[in-house]
Design a protein around this ligand. Structure first.
Ligand code: HAM
Length: 433
């Protein structure tokens, strides 16, 4: 026998015991997005490499070293998307969505980055992202934060997350700041590590993001971008903060928050947890008013964020069992004997018609009564529906309650059985607590 083939390192299978929790998270986020009037967009996982170089930035970590890039059979350089914003802007431009209209969009799917895998950091990971086009003011920045906060409330994660915000100002302020920053770090070059020395030439802002404790002092003394903001960018940031204050959202201003993608300006933010070690950012985003134009469109204000599903699921790991139980079948239909076996699939169809929302697993592949009951138990169903020769002849069905002490079994006509199942379904769909 040859050795079984393993998955690619850093790319995970999500197994049936895990998917119920993923579904719960995805449904919660989708519910919130719908409540704010956002519309879904779906774009390919492959794009031209140039799209990412021109948007995320040619000298960012993502584009320099983390993309899965290959030349296809036509000789085109293509890359698996490392994030969703670039593809979303490309699609909007290509289909003329941005002509004088505003759009509130969301997307979901796998992203790919060749990073060093560790807890919370994978080479294929999943995001739900949001992008808003055509709204220049800070009100929509604040709406995004409120939307995130609602997601955290829905998932019971409020206590686990804190919000950090910053503003990167506009291009001109950043140019002046960059010049002073480079001059400052040049004067302190001996205190920089090799990585930061390299960044001095390419992306000096990212030096501020360094986690090297030996550089903490020199970073603390560096010129702060906040001192360079022009009046408009300042007013935007103040407008954003005021709206958060009014809505009672707690946050800290972190002037060192710069983000790893080049397209941002003005508002940036991250939701961070201390429960996941080094990979604590579960959601991040900001404004990118220049990107649409950079990619060949008319100037269009834009803002968005993406949340990392692996990290959110990890925070909710303790709820895996209850999430799975909530999605187990309500009922398992066991059929014993030749006639009942033949009739079972038809009966299952009728029950599904009669009881909206019923999750009914019908036994397939035969087996003794005992074996079928064992499968019923393992399926997690609350009740086994037993169709034997006697039941078939009488047009009835036996309900054997599997998880309620003291509630044994009862043989009912089909209408009464459907009514009992309806009660079961309704009890399960009532919001808990
Ligand atoms: P990002 O900060 O690169 O931003 O990623 C957003 C989130 O995706 C992170 O906060 C994290 O939760 C998750 N994430 C990123 N890389 C990994 C990884 N290797 N493994 C697991 N999770 C990961 C963006 O992608 C921007 N497109 C967000 C945005 C949208 N900005 C404006 N619009």
């Amino acid at each position: 026998m040859s050795a079984p083939i393993q998955s690619v390192r850093g790319m995970n299978d999500i197994l049936p015991e895990e998917t119920p929790l993923w579904q719960r998270v995805e449904e919660a986020v989708r519910g919130v997005l719908a409540a704010y009037g956002y519309q879904e967009i779906r774009t390919p996982v492959l794009e031209r490499t140039e799209l990412f170089a021109r948007s995320i930035g040619a000298v960012t970590d993502i584009v320099e070293k983390e993309m899965y890039t290959f030349t296809d059979r036509n000789g085109d350089s293509l890359s698996l998307r490392p994030e969703g914003t670039a593809g979303c802007v490309r699609a909007c431009l290509q289909h003329g969505l941005l002509r004088g209209q505003s759009h509130r969009l969301w997307y979901q799917g796998p992203m790919f980055r060749h990073e060093r895998p560790q807890k919370g950091r994978y080479r294929q990971f999943h995001q739900i992202g949001v992008e808003v086009f055509g709204i220049p003011g800070p009100d929509v920045d604040a709406e995004l934060i409120l939307m995130c906060a609602r997601v955290w409330r829905t998932l019971g994660l409020v206590e686990d997350l804190r919000l950090e915000i910053n503003t990167l100002g506009d291009a001109e302020a950043r140019r002046r700041h960059r010049a002073d920053l480079v001059a400052y770090f040049r004067a302190h070059e001996a205190e920089l590590d090799a990585d930061s020395r390299r960044r001095l030439e390419t992306n000096p802002l990212r030096i501020l993001d360094s986690k090297n404790p030996e550089m903490a002092e020199v970073i603390a003394g560096a010129p702060s971008l906040l001192d360079y903001l022009d009046a408009e960018a300042k007013a935007h940031f103040e407008g954003f903060r005021k709206r958060l204050d009014e809505a009672g959202v707690r946050y800290t201003v972190n002037p060192r928050l710069v983000r790893g993608l080049d397209y941002y300006n003005r508002t940036v933010f991250e939701w961070i947890t201390d429960r996941l070690g080094a990979q604590g950012t579960v959601c991040a985003g900001g404004r990118y008013d220049g990107l649409v134009e950079q990619l060949g469109g008319r100037p269009t204000p834009a803002v968005g964020f993406a949340l990392g599903l692996e990290r959110i699921v990890a925070l909710l790991e303790g709820e895996r069992g209850t999430a799975a139980a909530a999605r187990a079948p309500h009922a398992y239909l066991a059929a014993v004997g030749e006639g009942p076996e033949r009739a079972a699939l038809g009966l299952a169809e009728r029950l599904r018609d009669a009881v909206p929302g019923l999750r009914l697993a019908a036994n397939c592949g035969g087996g003794s009564f005992k074996a079928q009951l064992k499968r019923a138990d393992r399926s997690g169903a609350a009740v086994a529906l037993i169709l034997g020769e006697d039941e078939l002849a009488a047009g009835r069905i036996t309900l054997k309650w599997l998880r309620e002490a003291g509630r044994g079994q009862e043989t009912l006509d089909l209408e009464a059985a459907a009514a009992a199942l309806r009660t079961l379904v309704e009890a399960g769909s009532r919001p808990a607590g």
